[in-house]
Design a protein. Structure first.
Length: 330
């Protein structure tokens, strides 16, 4: 018995051109009021939010509108004695926010403003005997953390601080029969985890361990009739997968396997014509997370209105080129 496909319908009057200036205005004003309810309740991910907003602004060519000194002061205040970074001041250090911190510092060419040796020590201390990484001192294992650790150290030019061979072996052990990857060995394939694992292999020079055709087919099956992409079977489309899925396809050289025109239509429809910003599905509330990934999706599709984005690090390509990082891509 077949099941109904879950999808959305795009209205005929949905936006079909990029509202670039509205998006820049939305991001530049976001969080300007410290008493705003939305600002207060997002404290638990604030440092990542700073990274999303700054990267979006840089891709739109408007990074100069952001308060660099205030941002760098905040990042420094989030670093722990361990060397790791928390989501906000007085929050526990975690690999997720440590990567966001390093990405922000790299964007501003301010890596030397924090104790990087301690950061490298923190990241390497979280690697386990099987090559996996804990996200923090509390022990959760996830392939997201493998990517965060490897990406952090690659951006800092310090990959030698970990056992790269074991890190690769753990990621490869999470590969499934469908070509995808899960959070741990035996876990369900998911587009977000696939991006993390493929990115890890691209950074470490082991992308050849991926079956590009098999994985590419699974990723292409994430596209729905609306043009949007989901993260796994039987789920609704979500704009953020215009990054996780599309970046993975770009890395393995299969981005031409999807319907670009239909995806472009879906991305444009997720804009808010009044406030600026992008949302997960047409008509929903916008946020900086989906705004970044709407823009990066457009960049990967070849839009000339935003800067080229690096599909591994989710940073402007010009920034990654400046660091002379060598990546294995198909």
């Amino acid at each position: 018995m077949s099941t109904l496909m879950r999808d959305v319908k795009i209205k005929p009057d949905a936006p079909h051109t990029l509202l670039l200036q509205k998006h820049a205005d939305y991001i530049s004003s976001y969080g300007s009021n410290d008493d705003d309810y939305e600002y207060i309740v997002t404290e638990y991910l604030r440092l990542s939010g700073v990274y999303w907003g700054l990267t979006a602004m840089d891709l739109m060519g408007q990074l100069q509108r952001m308060d660099k000194d205030k941002i760098l002061k905040f990042v420094k205040e989030c670093q722990h004695k361990s060397g790791g970074f928390g989501a906000c001041q007085q929050h526990d250090a975690h690999l997720l926010y440590t990567l966001s911190a390093i990405q922000v510092l790299v964007l501003y060419e301010a890596v030397d403003s924090v104790d990087i040796d301690k950061t490298v020590e923190y990241v390497s201390s979280l690697q386990q005997e099987d090559g996996s990484f804990q996200g923090d001192e509390w022990g959760e294992i996830d392939t997201r953390f493998s990517f965060c650790a490897v990406a952090c150290l690659a951006l800092l030019g310090r990959l030698e601080a970990i056992d790269v061979g074991k890190a690769v072996q753990f990621v490869v052990s999470c590969m499934n029969f469908d070509g995808g990857f899960g959070v741990r060995p035996g876990s369900e394939s998911h587009a977000g985890q696939i991006y993390c694992c493929v990115g890890t292999l691209a950074i470490t020079g082991h992308l050849h361990r991926v079956n590009a055709d098999l994985l590419g087919w699974w990723l292409c099956e994430r596209q729905l009739p609306s043009g949007g992409l989901n993260g796994r079977p039987e789920k609704l489309p979500d704009l953020c997968y215009s990054w996780w899925v599309l970046a993975s396809l770009k890395i393995i050289g299969r981005i031409h396997w999807i319907d670009k025109d239909k995806l472009l239509s879906y991305i444009m429809a997720c804009q808010d014509e009044e406030t600026g910003g992008f949302c997960d599905r047409p008509g929903d509330v916008v946020d900086p997370f989906h705004t970044l990934f709407g823009l990066t999706g457009l960049s990967l599709l070849g839009s000339g209105e935003v800067k080229p984005v690096n599909p591994v690090f989710c940073m402007p390509e010009e920034t990654v080129q400046r660091l002379n990082i060598r990546l294995q891509m198909n």
